[in-house]
Design a protein around this ligand. Sequence first.
Ligand SMILES: Cc1ncc(COP(=O)(O)O)c(C=O)c1O
Length: 377
Amino acid sequence: MIYLAEPNLTGNERKYLNECIDTTFVSTVGDFVNRFEMDVAEKSGARCATAVSSGTDGLHMALKACGVERDELVCIPAFTFIASANAVAHCGAEPWLIDISDESWTMNPEMLEEELEAKTRVKDGRIFHRENGKRVAAIMPVYTMGMPADMDKLRKIADRYHLPLVADAAAAIGSKYKGKNIGELADATVFSFNGNKTITCGGGGAVVSGNEKIISLAKHMATTARVGMEYDHDMVGYNYRMTNLQAAVGCAQLERLEEFIEKKQYINDYYKKHLEGIPGIKFFPETEWAKSACWFSGVVLDNTKDVREVCEQLAAKGIQTRPFWKPVYMQRPYKDAEKSSINVTEKMWKHILTLPSSTGLTEIQLESIICALREIL
Ligand SMILES: Cc1ncc(COP(=O)(O)O)c(C=O)c1O
């Protein structure tokens, strides 16, 4: 089977894991955790970082550190993995779903602005939903498949409404926005290092920021809000720290970030080059403002083809592929969430087919995927 997203663990992972075992530093304290935090900050172009146990936990901590509280609203795209909405719910808040734009599959800034203008009012410098009275507390774009959202436009809206920006950049480490690293575009940016990500720790996440206060608060909350060494805790905290074992794998992975991103972009170009011209298929968006980290590559099929059927036919040939995210408003916990009109998400979510995108793919494997797909389509 050629898998969809296989971790590439052929660097120093084993060596660093052995160091953890030899030194007995396997838990949340250790040199690899410190090094991983410095490396993530440096590689993403942010002043500081804190490592956590998952991307979801990182989003939860980032939202709380940016001031999101119970019964408030956070604007997120309607098209995202459910973890973005869950992180909002973990704060006791509710997602307000905004459609994505056709050109990038990330939160549509014009739609966001229209929604805020039409449905909110300002009171004492804070903004509230006119109908349900809830305060709008943050804007959280998602860097879909590793593609940064149009952050200059979103920053203008955030500033106009005095709202913090938290970026769900789960799969976007290594991407670029207007030629620059992405670590300080939002007030807090969150990465996932889950097993299917370009850089993995097995599981894990990180919050990065240019604002040291946000990072130290996120870190404090993620460390059971402990003060000193005598079991004092000054708020309700969480046990969300990354372990040294996870960070050891992460350090080895980050040593190869540039190589991995290059390979991901190569895979994306390869599929485009060899599938271009097949009637009824399109590719994932490219924008003039950003260079995607190409977490997943794939195709968008037209109405004449059924993604599930194509997946089954490819599986029969030993190639694992998958449909992509189901929109948030289709998930049971969020079916009544506040939302904008959702034309773009509705139009495209069913037609996405993600293709094998592992950094270890060989030329022969890529060729066989192309052959199989051409034959089926
Ligand atoms: C957009 C998005 N947000 C959040 C997450 C959650 O990350 P984790 O699985 O590390 O909790 C993911 C994971 O795939 C994701 O794709």
